[in-house]
Design a protein around this ligand. Structure first.
Ligand code: UDX
Length: 465
């Protein structure tokens, strides 16, 4: 292929996890011939049958449609992916088991496996979230190990998709960042840019902004964006701690902050903090990498962001234990196992973490989640799962809401009060209408929100009664 001639026809997707599967289906939707490569034969077989191994709205129909037409196929053999014009690197970069840094085993391994098959000019595009400096290392590997050596280019194009919105975020991202080796003006950059612009012609034509950068800047955009979002969430959760100490209401505080256009209301929802497969491990890897390159002081605050986030979980556990201590029962219904609504992903899920901690404290925990029970069971088989909200809440002394699924927001507090042992709800996500729950006889508690204070007149009425 001569990418400068604008002839990208086939693309390969290396790593068919969350990011890769979405990218593969969307590339097929845009008209490219797509081959998805993964080392897991079970996953490949499922995807090749048009079935999704995880929950993501709108993705399975897209996958099934393009598998059926033959435009999208999956393989475990790197040789089958080798003929593609553009290779997207979408493998995971989980947290290392021995520290805060990212485990680059899959990234390095997949590039090492692909490189010997690259015998014609092509572009390799990194999308995985990696520590700054990784792209330069991979470019070197490709130059050394690919038979087409100097004709194999590397670009970095970070992915910002959110779970639950993955298809829409892929087809119409907020921005497209193109990191080019040596920067946009370097020799060779034009060829890579031509291919990238062709791949993303649809989004660019619709007005999605393009940001041109060098490789390290493009890598940093992703980790900086996730760190900023995490910081915003931890900021408001730190304010929730202050509100608890001061008797103030963090939901009113957040609402007032959100009205300042410079601050804005998105990612300012207080509660149980951030989880999932990205934000927690990305901020840790960012700190680790900053320390490695001698810039640790610049990111020291991210350790505090992480600490505030983890405290949200211990504070929720303490709130439940304090509440149980007021009575004699020890049964808790946990509503929500996924790290956020619209997903069955339980990686670093705050709610599941809290449920497991309560279980370890000897509490009888019953969990219900509309989508994530199978995934949660795999990670925490020791916990008890209930098939419905009512079954989870039967005879419960505390109902703890940990994921703001719409089905939970819309619960009928009157009906639920009839099945619990004590009508006590802890709304760790600030998702429930407190007034309706209180009106239905519930004791409603939430982190960062004071309990209603009896007015002098109401107090007098209570005393007289
Ligand atoms: C995140 C980034 O948003 C995305 O750009 C990146 O590509 C991957 O990581 P995702 O992990 O899908 O996406 O979840 P996101 O919607 O960002 O939520 C992360 C966590 O923060 C969730 O646990 C959510 O419940 C929590 N959250 C979010 C809050 O606690 N408060 C908020 O205001 C927003």
């Amino acid at each position: 292929m001569d990418v400068s001639q604008g002839r990208v026809r086939t693309v390969s997707i290396i790593g068919t996890g969350y990011l890769g599967t979405t990218h593969a289906a969307c590339m097929a939707e845009l008209g490219f011939e797509v081959v998805g490569l993964d080392s897991d034969p079970h996953k490949v077989a499922m995807l090749a049958a048009g079935r999704l191994p995880f929950v993501e709205p709108d993705l399975e129909p897209l996958l099934a449609e393009h598998v059926a037409t033959g435009r999208l196929r999956f393989t475990t053999d790197p040789a089958e992916a080798a003929a593609a014009d553009v290779h997207f690197l979408c493998v995971g970069t989980p947290q290392r088991s021995d520290g805060l840094g990212a485990d680059l085993g899959a990234v390095r391994g997949s590039v090492a496996a692909l490189a010997p098959h690259l015998s014609r000019p092509c572009l390799v595009v990194g999308k995985s979230t990696v520590p700054v400096g990784t792209a330069a290392e991979l470019a070197e590997t490709l130059r050394e190990a690919a038979p087409a050596g100097p004709e194999v280019h590397l670009a970095w194009n970070p992915e910002f998709l959110r779970e639950g919105h993955a298809v829409a975020d892929t087809l119409r991202p907020d921005r497209l960042v193109f990191g080019l080796e040596g920067g946009p003006d370097a020799p060779g950059a034009a060829r890579a840019l031509t291919a990238l612009r062709e791949v993303y012609a649809d989004a660019l034509g619709a007005g999605v902004p393009e940001v041109l950068a060098d490789l390290p800047t493009a890598e940093l955009v992703k980790t900086a964006a996730n760190s900023f979002l995490a910081t915003k969430i931890s900021f408001i959760n730190a304010m929730a701690e202050l509100c608890d100490a001061a008797g103030a209401d963090v939901t009113v505080l957040a609402g007032a902050l959100a009205l300042d256009e410079r601050i804005g209301g998105r990612f300012l929802a207080p509660g149980l903090g951030f989880g999932g497969g990205c934000l927690p491990k990305d901020i840790r890897a960012f700190v680790a990498r900053a320390e490695e390159i001698g810039a640790g002081a610049a990111l020291a605050f991210l350790r505090e962001v992480d600490a505030v986030n983890l405290r949200c979980r211990t504070r929720a556990v303490d709130l439940v234990l304090d509440e149980l201590a007021r009575g004699s029962g020890r049964r808790v219904a946990v509503l929500g196992a996924s790290f956020k609504p619209g997903s069955d992903d339980v990686r670093d899920s705050p709610g599941l973490d809290v449920a497991a901690a309560l279980h370890r404290s000897g509490i009888d925990v019953r969990i219900h989640d509309p989508a994530a029970m199978p995934t949660a069971r795999r990670v925490h088989p020791e916990l008890t799962y209930a098939d419905s909200v009512a079954a989870a809440c039967a005879d419960a002394d505390v109902v703890l809401l940990t994921t703001e699924w719409p089905q939970f927001r819309d619960l009928d507090p009157g009906g639920l009060a009839a099945v619990v042992a004590r009508p006590v709800v802890i709304d760790a996500r600030h998702a429930l209408p407190a007034g309706s729950w209180r009106a239905a006889g519930w004791r409603y508690l939430a982190p960062g929100r004071p309990e209603p204070v009896a007015t002098p007149r109401a107090a007098a009425a209570t005393t007289a009664a």
